[in-house]
Design a protein around this ligand. Structure first.
Ligand code: AMP
Ligand code: GLY
Length: 423
C-alpha cells in the first residue's frame, strides 16, 4: 500500500523509518518532511493543514493510508475532511476525528471528560473574562504552587505554574483579560498542583480495542536538573524504570480502560494514538493531560522498541481489528538525546551546516529541524536531531547516545548532558 505521513519532526522521521521497514508499504510520502524522511520516503512540500493540497497529493499518488503526526491537522478536522469527501472517504486516516481531538484542543473539554469517567486527575475550575473575579477567589482557596492553563492550543506554552498568589492573579488577568495567548486563553483552567514524577503512556486504539505501547519519560526543560524554560522535549528514556508492573496495572485499570470506554460512551470517534501524560503521586497515577498523537521525542524511543511490523498495526487500527495484534516489545532500553540550536527555545539561528551524521554508527540519528539545502543537511528548527540508542540498561543506552553526539557538529549545538539523572 501507499502511505502518507503528515509532519516534519523527529516523530515523523521515526514513523517513516519504521514504516519503510515494512514489506506492506510500497510507496511512502511525507508532507512536508525533513532531511531524515528524505532518506526513506518522498518529501512533498505542502503544509499539514492545507487539506485541499493533501487531497490532490493523495489522489494523484493513489495513497491508501494517511498517518497524522502533529495535533494541528487533527484539531482542524483532517480526518473529518477525508470522511466527508466522496473521493477520500475510503482512505484510512490514523488520528482521531475533530470531536475527539478536542481532548488535546481544549483543556476544559479534557477535564470534563476525565471527571465524567472518574479518571484520576487534579481538581480544577475554569474561568472566562466574565468570571475573572471568581478566578481570583478560587486561587485564594488553593495552596501554592498555582497551575494556570490556557484552554486552547498555545504551541506548548499555555501552562504557567507560579508560586506567588499575586503573580498567579496577575497571570490569570493577563491570560483572560489581556488575551496573552490570543483565542487559546479565552478560557483558563486553574488546577490543583500535583507533586510527583512524570511519565507518558501511549495507547493505540481502533475505537473499540486498545494496545499499550512501552512507557517513556521525556525531559521538557532546556536546562540540566530540569531547570529553565519549557521545550518540546530534550530527551527521552523507555522503559521508565519506576513504572513497575504493579504501577502499570493501575494505569491500565484506572486510566486506559475508562479512557477507551469513555470514547465510546461519549461518541468520540477515535482511531489513533492516545498520549496520556501522567504523574505518579505517591504510588498512584493521575492524568495531567491527553494528547491525540504520539509524543516527540518519546516516539524516538518507543517505536524503536516495537518489534512488530508497524504497517500491520496501523492497518488493524484502521479496520477495527487491533484485538488480533500481539504487541512485541524489545527487551533492551532505548534512549534519545535531542540536539538543539543554541538559543532554543528562545530565538536561534537556522541554516547551520550539520556534519558527522554518517559517522554515527552505534545510534540512530532521527532528524527533526533539519533540511537538505544545496546538497548539505542544515538546521531548520530549534530541535535539530534526536540521537537514539539501545542498551541493556538505560544508562548504557544514554552513554552510547552521548558518544555518538561527539561525532555530530553544527554551530552552536546544545544538548542536555544529564538525561536520565532523576531515574
Ligand atoms: P501540559 O501542557 O498540560 O502537559 O502541562 C505542561 C507541564 O506542566 C506538565 O508536563 C507538568 O510538568 C506541568 N503540570 C501541568 N499540570 C500540572 C499539575 N496539575 N500539577 C503539577 N504540574 C503540572
Ligand atoms: N514531548 C512532549 C510532547 O510531545 O508533547
Amino acid at each position: 500500500m501507499n502511505i502518507l505521513i503528515l509532519g516534519s519532526g523527529g516523530r515523523e522521521h521515526t514513523f517513516a523509518w519504521k514504516i519503510a521497514q515494512s514489506s506492506k508499504c510500497e510507496k511512502l510520502f511525507v508532507a512536508p518532511g525533513n532531511s531524515g524522511t528524505a532518506e526513506v520516503a518522498t518529501n512533498v512540500n505542502i503544509s499539514v493543514t492545507d487539506f485541499p493540497a493533501i487531497k490532490k497529493l493523495v489522489i494523484e499518488n493513489h495513497i491508501n493510508m494517511v498517518v497524522v503526526g502533529p495535533e494541528d491537522p487533527l484539531v482542524q478536522g483532517v480526518h473529518d475532511f477525508f470522511l466527508n469527501d466522496e473521493a477520500l472517504k475510503a482512505i484510512s486516516v490514523i488520528g482521531p476525528q475533530m470531536k475527539a481531538a478536542e481532548l488535546e484542543g481544549s483543556k476544559e473539554f479534557a477535564k470534563e471528560f476525565l471527571f465524567r469517567h472518574n479518571i484520576p486527575t487534579a481538581a480544577y475550575e475554569s474561568f472566562t473574562k466574565e468570571t475573572v473575579e471568581n478566578g481570583y477567589v478560587f486561587l485564594e482557596t488553593l495552596n501554592p504552587p498555582y497551575v494556570l492553563k490556557a484552554d486552547g492550543l498555545a504551541a506548548g506554552k499555555g501552562v504557567v505554574i507560579l508560586n506567588d498568589l499575586d503573580d498567579a492573579k496577575a497571570e490569570l488577568k493577563s491570560m483572560l483579560v489581556d488575551a496573552k495567548f490570543g483565542q487559546a486563553s479565552t478560557k483558563v483552567v486553574i488546577e490543583e498542583f500535583l507533586d510527583g514524577i512524570e511519565l507518558s503512556c501511549f495507547v493505540l486504539t481502533d475505537g473499540e480495542h486498545y494496545k499499550i505501547l512501552p512507557t517513556a519519560k521525556d525531559y521538557k526543560r532546556i536546562g540540566e536538573g530540569d531547570t529553565g524554560l519549557n521545550t518540546g522535549g530534550m530527551g527521552a528514556v523507555s522503559p521508565v524504570p519506576f513504572a513497575t508492573n504493579e504501577f502499570l496495572n493501575k494505569i491500565e485499570e484506572r486510566i486506559v480502560k475508562p479512557t477507551i470506554a469513555g470514547f465510546k460512551k461519549d461518541n468520540l470517534p477515535y482511531v489513533g494514538f492516545v498520549f496520556i501524560g501522567l504523574i505518579k503521586v505517591g504510588n498512584d497515577p493521575k492524568v495531567i493531560e491527553y494528547n491525540v498523537r504520539m509524543g516527540d521525542p518519546e516516539t524516538e524511543v518507543v517505536l524503536p522498541r516495537l518489534k512488530n511490523d508497524f504497517v500491520e498495526i496501523l492497518q488493524a487500527m484502521a479496520s477495527g481489528t487491533l484485538d488480533k495484534i500481539n504487541i512485541e516489545i524489545e527487551e533492551r532500553a532505548a534512549t534519545t538525546i535531542m540536539t538543539v540550536s543554541g538559543g532554543y527555545p528562545e530565538a536561534y539561528e537556522k541554516g547551520k551546516i550539520i556534519t558527522g551524521v554518517d559517522a554515527i554508527t552505534d545510534s540512530i540519528p532521527f532528524h527533526a529541524g533539519a533540511q537538505i539545502k544545496d546538497g548539505n543537511i542544515v538546521t531548520s528548527g530549534g530541535r535539530v536531531m534526536a540521537i537514539t540508542s539501545y542498551g541493556n540498561t538505560y544508562q548504557e543506552a544514554i552513554k552510547k547516545s552521548y558518544q555518538s553526539i561527539e561525532k555530530l557538529h553544527f554551530d552552536k549545538i546544545y544538548y542536555r548532558k544529564d538525561i536520565g539523572f532523576d531515574l
